[in-house]
Design a protein around this ligand. Structure first.
Ligand SMILES: CC(C)(COP(=O)(O)OP(=O)(O)OC[C@H]1O[C@@H](n2cnc3c(N)ncnc32)[C@H](O)[C@@H]1OP(=O)(O)O)[C@@H](O)C(=O)NCCC(=O)NCCS
Length: 153
């Protein structure tokens, strides 16, 4: 169904249970999705079906991108790239200057989209304080950053 990936519409408002199921099926952590510091989510919808999702935690000029997941049936059709671009646009619009993420499996995907690897010791305090950084993602996860340009005036 990768051919349907381009037909998906990206918007907010995905149902938490559907996000949780999609993340679990893609092998990503589902803890820390609700509560005070919960990320905001975008979903990619094929009709009523949640085909992909991405989460964003914003701490002033620093952001954490997490939980980027595309249902395997929709992969390879550009949806992951579209979700990433949409999350970056949201972050940029909210004044985020540097967007960080941790990944076990998708480092090449992010590197080809402008992210570079940094040492975990270089993480700003706001990122160190996230549950994803401090407990959810294994130490072996790659830590990446992308500097975002300011939104066009
Ligand atoms: C990483 C992930 C989100 C990518 O989703 P995707 O929808 O397959 O992403 P895209 O289709 O935009 O790009 C994937 C690759 O397919 C290629 N591609 C894009 N359109 C294509 C098409 N029509 N046909 C074949 N390949 C295509 C892209 O060039 C890209 O290659 P690249 O990584 O070398 O640039 C998905 O594999 C996933 O959910 N992985 C598990 C969860 C995970 O690891 N998330 C990251 C941690 S937060």
């Amino acid at each position: 169904m990768a051919h349907r990936a381009e037909k998906t519409a990206i918007r907010a408002g995905a149902e938490p249970g559907a996000i949780r199921r999609l993340l679990a099926s893609c092998g990503l952590p589902t803890a820390g999705l609700t509560g005070g510091l919960a990320p905001r989510f975008l979903g990619a919808f094929d009709g009523e079906t949640l085909a992909g999702t991405v989460g964003l935690e914003i701490y002033g000029e620093t952001g954490l991108l997490r939980s980027l997941a595309v249902d395997p049936r929709y992969r390879g059709g550009g949806l992951g790239g579209r979700l990433l671009a949409a999350a970056e646009a949201c972050a940029r619009a909210e004044g985020v200057a540097a967007l960080y993420l941790l990944t076990m499996t998708a480092e090449p995907f992010f590197r080809s989209r402008g992210y570079r690897r940094v040492a975990r010791e270089e993480a700003p305090p706001a990122i160190r304080g996230t549950s994803e950084f401090s407990s959810l993602c294994p130490q072996a996860a790659a830590f990446l950053v992308k500097e975002l340009s300011a939104p066009a005036a």
